[in-house]
Design a binder for this molecule. Structure first.
Ligand SMILES: C[S@@+](CC[C@H](N)C(=O)[O-])C[C@H]1O[C@@H](n2cnc3c(N)ncnc32)[C@H](O)[C@@H]1O
Length: 222
């Protein structure tokens, strides 16, 4: 990887997410609050719109990697996507996501899974579409060897995606260029940049959040 490493943070630890979702479960029970929508509802809408505009068949298998409260999958279910799976390494996230899906009357398959564990939970090349909103970011903040964690993540995504399968990844920690560098050197090519609103700060403008669509081009390891 040719880019700089990020400073490790508590957002790169399972303990942080377990505690976060434990509090969010209580908020959901007490107030019906779904919890944090990472990168805002607009970001989820741009992802679902991209899938629809590109005429992706709604029967295709979709997995949300590090699904958290599962609200992106709920949005897809409400838009008639049928084959939806959400995974997260936090049991509390899966408990919250399962309760929310039930409350919304949608059918989503949820499973606890640490993407970096090496555990083979799904058969190879099972999914046509993988979604990631903030999970590669969280993994990149790991206090463990984060470059190694990112490599494992990329290999795992390649493993579970069908040939020509798509990864729609949204990041606030890596630029478009950095994401391209990491994924295009590891068996993916860029299909599309999902345009996000521009922000202005100190006279310069840019995108805070990058959403890129990659296509798996090969299965072999580097
Ligand atoms: C920034 S949150 C985003 C959650 C969700 N994608 C969303 O948009 O609301 C990052 C998520 O990644 C999950 N996560 C981090 N590392 C993981 C790993 N190794 N395996 C599975 N999930 C992981 C965390 O538990 C957390 O739910």
């Amino acid at each position: 990887m040719s880019h700089n490493e990020l400073q490790p943070s508590e957002l790169g630890t399972k303990e942080y997410w377990d505690n976060t979702y434990s509090a969010e479960i209580e908020n959901f029970k007490e107030f019906g609050d779904f919890g944090e929508i990472w990168f805002g509802d607009g970001c989820s809408s741009r992802i679902t719109r991209w899938l629809e505009k590109n005429n992706i068949d709604k029967n295709q298998s979709v997995i949300d990697l590090g699904c958290g409260n599962g609200m992106l999958l709920v949005k897809l279910a409400e838009n008639e996507w049928k084959d939806l799976t959400g995974v997260d390494y936090s049991q509390n996230a899966i408990e919250l996501a399962t309760s929310i899906a039930k409350s919304q009357g949608v059918s989503i398959n949820y499973q606890v899974w640490d993407l970096l564990s090496g555990e083979e939970v799904f058969e190879k090349e099972k999914f046509m579409i993988a979604l990631d909103k903030g999970t590669y970011d969280a993994i990149s903040l790991s206090p463990d060897d984060s470059a190694q964690c990112r490599r494992k993540y990329i290999e795992k995504v390649k493993d579970i995606l069908k040939p020509n399968g798509l990864l729609l990844i949204t990041s606030c920690n890596w630029t478009e260029e950095e994401l391209r560098t990491s994924f295009c050197s590891s068996g993916f090519e860029v299909v599309s940049l999902i345009p996000a609103p521009q922000f202005q700060f100190g006279g310069s403008s840019g995108n805070k959040v990058t959403s890129l669509v990659f296509k798996k081009t090969r299965s072999d390891k580097e």
